[in-house]
Design a protein around this ligand. Sequence first.
Ligand SMILES: Cc1ncc(COP(=O)(O)O)c(C=O)c1O
Length: 322
Amino acid sequence: MEYPPRFRMAHLPTPVQKLNKNHEYKGYRIWVKRDDLTGLELTGNKARKLDFLIRDAVLSGAGRVITCGGLQSNHCRATAFYAAKTGLKCTLLLRGENPPALEGNFFLYRLLGTEIIFITPEQYKNNLELMEEQAAKSAEQTYVIPEGGSNEIGCWGYISAFDEILSQQTDLGLEFGAVVTATGSGGTHAGLLLGRNIHRAPTEIWSVNVADTAPEFVRRIHGICQSFSQRYHYQLNINENDIHIQDGFIGPGYAEIGPAEIEIIRRMAREEGLILDPAYTSKAFLGLLHLLDRQVLPKGPVLFIHTGGSFGLFPAWHQFAD
Ligand SMILES: Cc1ncc(COP(=O)(O)O)c(C=O)c1O
């Protein structure tokens, strides 16, 4: 398959491992793709998308990138590190009016000397326009990376991840019935779905939304797939019914955790030696168990994508004190 130009900073392929104590569950077998191991500073799903996006930025002649996210955004942290590695300057538009404590991802943006602009949640609703305005004002040519790196370029990261999954399942002598991930801006789900359709694979792609609602993500993911098909001339016929999202696992709110998330983070650490994060993977894993309880997924092995986010756990330490 022919890919657009990309850097290769993400450490790939990431391993596929079976769970230890929780491998067999309700007639399913749970495997984990360790995309939390795409790097240390670039850890998580964003590294895959940025391999394509930052290459595109550099090819376009940009001297600076701008992106946006929450105060503890993994995407902002990965973009800021990627920029530092490739000699680009970086501006972040962060949702929140006051500087938070210097911890987790926010500490890392500061460590890198990233330019930070705080905006209100109301302003954040127009984040793309604000980034474009900011880019137009900047002294350097500035490349705008949308929230979460989720557009038709960034989603190549997960088209290529799906390629990786196909060859890994062959090596392991398995056929995954479903792949399950978290969804926060839609690019990971869109890329996996595009990969599955390009390869005409039977694997079902599911995600668990950690914000907004399932219909909102169906719309966004469908939009990314359409932009991809138009830009790269693929006739894929993906319709909204092909987008499977498990709603109901946002917990107390975006990036907030309650007893269920605390319990699963603790359990997976103790029983599996895995660090789940508070904003994405803890919620997605709870969603996965729910899908398995309801026997919704095709029987057999199921692959959970661990999309990273480990730095986000540290600012939540006080909720784990016992
Ligand atoms: C750790 C982690 N997992 C999952 C996601 C969701 O991926 P996407 O934005 O592609 O939907 C994100 C970012 O939004 C993330 O930081």
